[in-house]
Design a protein around this ligand. Structure first.
Ligand code: MTE
Length: 309
């Protein structure tokens, strides 16, 4: 890692705080659209430590990160999650950890956070739809949680499941995907130090539209792998089914590594639109593994990434 990442920057060092605060005030004035989800006692700062894994790119604004979202359980429009995700009740949230682990069981969020080393991770996020952002997540390494439950030798994959609550998730009335949303990683991917479970962003608890109270972040893969509002984690010996692959296997594979050379059947993945750059901003070239190749490429040595997309 050494030398390639700035290890001492937090979002507050790279985003002028005054600009950020005034943006928050504007948002509050506009009806507290995104702020609603993170207001109240939750405003307490999480105080996460900076990380050597953070990019030194400038994060997108809080407004971009919390009003331009994909969370189909709350609608397919980019602003639907920020409008509807307040309907999700995250109080008393429990996460079941099951399958090939030494200590299966149900965890409260307090259990999950107890002993978790929270860090700020400023990561690039590249969506399969060919847009991108930079997000200052707060979270901890999934590997730490897996170590706490004890992974058994037969485990080869980790499966994740989002809560499925039709009464609180208006988007699930439509059969755009099979519900609940499910995702998975190979065990080595899950154990990689870049892979985190996020519980916050911009130094505050995660807004519902971004996947509160617990979401996966895998920065070298297309955003759809980063499953939101997780309520079950299962260690298994078989490659688990994944929502977008079930919906359209030709367009979305299990691996979903960011790869500018492998086009989506309906569009090129060679470039991306950086959100927040304005209407006339030039598209950016997409980088293999979203720029994290030095850390992750070895996991895919010898694999045909055009076939295992
Ligand atoms: N998780 C669930 N449960 N449902 C979803 O629709 N969308 C995915 C991913 N996780 C999605 C999800 C997609 S396509 C992307 S790009 C990211 O969430 C977007 O994360 P963000 O809204 O926090 O930027």
């Amino acid at each position: 890692m050494a030398g390639r990442w700035k290890n001492d920057l937090k979002w507050s060092d790279v985003t002028p705080k005054a600009a950020w605060l005034s943006r928050r005030q504007v948002m509050a004035g506009a009806g507290g659209l995104a702020l609603g989800a993170i207001a109240g006692p939750a405003l307490a700062k999480l105080g996460a430590a900076p990380s050597a894994y953070s990019t030194d790119e400038t994060p997108n604004s809080l407004e971009d990160v919390t009003t331009f979202n994909n969370y189909y359980e709350f609608g397919t429009g980019k602003e639907d999650p920020s409008r509807n995700a307040h309907l999700l009740n995250t109080e008393g949230w429990q996460v079941e950890i099951a399958g090939l682990v030494d200590k299966p069981g149900t965890w409260t969020m307090d259990d999950v956070l107890k002993g978790a080393a929270l860090e700020e991770r400023i990561y690039r996020l590249r969506c399969v739809e060919a847009w991108s952002m930079v997000v200052p997540w707060v979270g901890f390494e999934l590997a730490d949680l897996l170590a706490r439950v004890g992974v058994q030798p037969g485990a080869k994959y980790v499966a994740f499941q989002t809560a499925y609550r039709p009464d609180e998730m208006p988007g699930t009335r439509y059969p755009v995907l099979e519900w609940p949303y499910v995702e998975g990683l190979r065990l080595d991917e899950a154990m990689h130090p870049l892979t985190i479970l996020a519980t916050g962003l911009y130094d505050e608890p995660l807004p519902n539209q971004n996947g509160a109270p617990l979401r996966l972040v895998v920065p070298w893969k297309y955003g759809f792998k980063s499953i939101k509002s997780i309520m079950r984690i299962t260690l298994t010996d078989k490659e688990p089914p994944t929502s977008w692959n079930i919906a359209n296997a030709r367009e979305y594979g299990f691996y979903a590594n960011v790869n500018p050379q492998v086009s989506h059947p309906r569009w090129s993945q060679a470039t991306e639109r950086a959100i927040g750059g304005g209407l006339f901003a030039k598209r950016k070239d997409t980088v293999m593994f979203n720029g994290y190749g030095a850390d992750v490429a070895a996991m895919y040595a010898g694999m045909d990434l055009a076939r295992l997309y």
